[in-house]
Each structure stands twice: as C-alpha cells, then as structure tokens.
Design a protein around this ligand. Structure first.
Ligand code: PLP
Length: 495
C-alpha cells in the first residue's frame, strides 16, 4: 500500500485553508472592480472547465488557481454590493466561516442522538427566529433547504390534516377522495404551484385569487372562492398568503385572510420568505402584517438574514402535525427519546441533514438582534432613496409601493417617443420592449445586476437592495448605471 493514502494532514489543511482565505480576501478587497456578472457563452464555458476524469490527484494550488481564474470570473456574484437581482443573498463572513466548520465536522443532524449539540442549537436558533419575526416560540419548527420545500412540507401537512382518512396509508387515490384546492393570490411564488403538482393536488387546483391595485390578495374574492368550493363538495387544503411577493414585494392582508381561514377551518400558510425578517426593522414598526396568525410560516434567513445558502425556517403552530405527516422510524433509526429531545428527521422527508443551525447561531450572535435590525433598516433607507430619486425623474416610473427594499422601475420616456407613432397600446409594447432591452444591457454591462418581472403595468426592472456590502454610494452608482444604459438604449433603438 502506498503510504500517501488518506486525507491531507491537518497542517496541510491549515496551509491550504490560508491560501483559500487569501483568495477570498482578495476577492472582497477588489469586489467593486469585479464585474457582478460577465457574459459568457455556454459552449465556450463548458470547454474551459471540462476535462477528462482526473486519474491522478492534483496539487491543491493548481485546483485553487483554476477556481480563481476560470470559475470565479464566470459566475454571477450574488454576494456583490451591486447585485440587485431577484432578492438579497448575503453570505456574511461569520456565516462563511461557520460553513467551513460545518463541513469539517460533517455532522448529520437527523436524530438527537446523532447530533446532540447540533439539535440543541437548531432549537435555540429556531426560537430566536420565531422571536425575531413574531411567531409562537413554542411552535414545531425545522430548518430546511429553501422556502419552496418549506411550503411543500407545510402543504403536505395541511393536506393530511384536511382529509378525514389516513392519507399516509391510503394515499390520495380511490373512491371518496374529494377534489383538493389550495388558494393563493395571483402574485404568489411558483413554489405554491410546484407544491400542488408534487402533492398530486394539481396546478389546476391552485386557485389564484385576484389581487387589488397594490397587488395584495383580495379577501372578499378569497371568501367567494372558498364558499363556492365548499358548496360544490371540493375540499380546501390551505390558503397560502404572501408577505413580500416576488414581483413587487406586496404583503397580503393577513388578519383578514386569517379570519376567513378560521371561519372555514382552512389551514393558513404564510410565505414570508422575503418579507419575514423585516419585522426586525425599526423603520417598519407598526406597518407590517402579523405573521403569528399563520398555522404555518416560512421565513428565509438565506435571503435577508445574511446567512449563506441554504437555510430556511419552517414553523407550524399546530402541535404535532408536521410529525404526524413525516415521522417514520425504521428499526435502524430508533432511539431512546424523551420529551426533552427532538429528532429533526420527524419534521420533513429529509433524513441526512447538515448542521444548518451553526451558521445561523454564528451570524445572529455576530451582529446581534440590533445589528441585524440596523442592517435591514439601512437597506430600506437605501431603497427609499432610490425610489424617491426615480420618482423625481420625468422618464422613470416607480411602479411598486412596497415598504420592503425592492424597487420596481419602468423607463417611460413618453415625451421623447415619436408623436405620430403607434397608438397607446403600441407605445406600451414599445416601452415593454425598451425596458426588456435595458435589463439585458445592464446585465451584459456587468457593473450592476438586476432582474425583471411582468406585472399589470407591463415589464418592470426589479432592483432589490439588501446585500450587506451595499452602501449609499453603491446605490448612487446603480442609479447612474441604469440611467446611462437606459439613455443609450433609447438612443439606439427607441425612437
Ligand atoms: N416565496 C417567495 C415569496 C419567494 O420570493 C421565493 C424566492 O424567490 C420563494 C418562495 C422560494 O424560495 P427558495 O428559493 O428558498 O425556494
């Protein structure tokens, strides 16, 4: 046997770790000179990275250099102060270090007995999160990988509770199984449809309740839809209300929706994946929906709490219901449990689970509640500045009215469009096309990164603010870049 089998020595690990830390330090020291995205061709990129399966091991220095020189320049840098697409995703430095220790320990947090301190810390951070967002601290809860999966798990439990037979043993086929329905607004995230598809409820049975002028679910129409279904013998499974919708960051009127759900005995799942943690922000005190009314709730630390992907918290105040759906213990997983221990495998279908709580524990302790609140407040103020600046410009229209730091803009230089050109509808289509081109040009330019949506007003450029590195001068830079590119696109194609 060669004597070089086995892993690196701990000393070599430390040495390579320091080399890696240097690469990370240099990346962040030069982040404002680094494009947030670089246009790349899929075929060329694959050719750049593809190679034969390595037969022999390589030097780490070489692997790291290729990662730095070939991989990192061909990424969209979500952890960049000028990343304004989709929603914020900050990996703050203490979270990054926690990920390293998590990987080093490689604990499997499936059962209390396989991960005592990881389980205890999961209980601690989930209680802290419940406290931060205003949900019952005694609720059943679990860390999962993504809000989409949290919603799937919540709706699975809701489905099982809604039916008066044992779904776990019988399934949802056969005589006597009613049509199942989920209600959500026409602004809900696609994860609701995906959950319905996965659960066999079917996308056609997701009722998209129309939203009002501010993109909030209309409770009167929700009530009508539920009543109609009950009269027709259809079984409501759940209402999914959103706090911080994906396109415009609207919040559904939770108190009214909760009242309707309570009246009809329907489960209310609250998707506060984006909006949840802004409950911490002093600026928004008294202006937010009360998340505690949900039977279940999802919030996403991986979006707005400066915690690296993947970390999502699912809460359910209906005691024991998640476990009724997901607890299944084969002989090889039995353990002597008592009332003081939790086996997190009981709250979702996932068995092998990483030690997600550690990064939350580190990040929350690093900044403290007040530090997190101040950072969220800062993002709100930056977005307010951008909103006001755009609103004061004759060619830009700020389309959404959200309290959250998501600004939806439309470049509408009506006065500079040809007077005898297309009719009103034709002009709208022209503006849509112009905004779409501006979005593509911004992202090809690489100085800032944005995303888009299409709402009733048409195509909008979505500018999400919330990366931990983003400063006022970064947002001024964002405004300058989008203004410059919009002018250029108008001059090139728009007239
Ligand atoms: N819900 C809302 C409102 C979202 O905006 C998103 C993501 O954009 C999700 C759910 C899905 O989150 P995840 O990517 O964690 O599955």
């Amino acid at each position: 046997m060669p004597d070089h089998l086995g892993d690196w020595s701990p000393e070599t690990f430390e040495q390579h770790g320091q080399e890696l830390l240097t690469v990370i330090r240099e990346h962040f020291e030069s982040i404002r000179q680094t494009p947030v995205a670089t246009p790349c061709d899929a075929v060329e990129l694959l050719a750049l990275l593809d190679s034969d399966l390595p037969e022999l091991g390589e030097e780490f220095e070489h692997i790291l250099a290729e990662t730095r020189d070939r991989v990192m320049p061909n990424l969209v840098h979500w952890n960049h102060p000028s990343f304004h697409g989709y929603f914020p995703t900050t990996a703050s430095f203490s979270g990054v270090l926690a990920e390293t220790l998590t990987a080093a320990l490689n604990v499997n947090a499936m059962l209390w007995k396989t991960s005592p301190a990881a389980t205890a810390l999961e209980e601690v951070v989930l209680r802290w999160i419940a406290q931060m967002v205003g949900y019952a601290q005694t609720a059943d809860s679990v860390l999962v990988n993504g809000a989409s999966l949290a919603t799937l798990y919540a709706l699975t439990a809701a489905r099982d509770s809604a039916l008066d037979f044992d779904v776990r043993t019988r399934g949802i086929t056969g005589p006597g199984v009613p049509v199942l329905r989920v209600y959500t607004s026409d602004q809900a995230h696609s994860s609701v449809d995906k959950a319905a598809i996965t659960l066999g409820i079917g996308a056609d049975n997701v009722v998209k309740v129309p939203s009002d002028a501010e993109y909030r679910m209309r409770p009167d129409l929700l009530e009508d839809a539920i009543r109609r279904d009950l009269d027709a013998g259809v079984q409501p499974v759940a209402v999914v209300a959103t706090v911080g919708t994906t396109s415009v960051a609207a919040a559904d009127p939770l108190a009214d929706v909760a009242e309707i759900c309570a009246r009809h005995g329907v489960w209310l799942h609250v998707d506060a994946a984006y909006g949840g943690f802004y409950a911490l922000a002093p600026t928004l005190r008294g202006r937010l929906e009360d998340l505690s009314v949900g039977d279940s709730l999802v919030v996403n630390p991986q979006k707005t709490l400066f915690v690296p992907l993947e970390a999502t918290a699912l809460f359910c105040r209906r005691a024991g219901v998640l476990a009724n759906t997901f607890r299944l213990v084969p002989e090889y997983l039995t353990s002597a449990k008592d009332d003081n221990t939790v086996d997190y495998m009981d709250f979702s279908p996932q068995l092998g689970r990483s030690f997600r709580a550690l990064k939350l524990w580190w990040v929350i302790r690093t900044f403290g509640r007040s530090g997190l609140a101040a950072r969220l407040d800062h993002a709100i103020r930056l977005a307010d500045w951008l909103r006001m600046t755009a609103a004061g410009h004759p060619d830009w229209n700020c389309v959404n009215t959200s309290v959250y730091p998501l600004v939806c803009l439309r470049y509408e230089p009506w006065a500079r469009l040809p007077g005898d050109g297309p009719d009103e509808q034709g002009k709208q289509a022209h503006i849509d096309a112009l905004n779409s081109r501006i979005t593509d040009a911004i992202n090809a330019d690489g100085r800032v990164y944005v995303s888009h949506s299409v709402i009733r007003e048409g195509y909008v450029i979505r500018l999400s603010i919330g990366n931990i590195h983003t400063t006022r001068s970064d947002v001024e830079h964002l405004w300058r870049v989008i203004s410059e590119i919009a002018e250029k696109e108008l001059a090139q194609y728009g007239r």
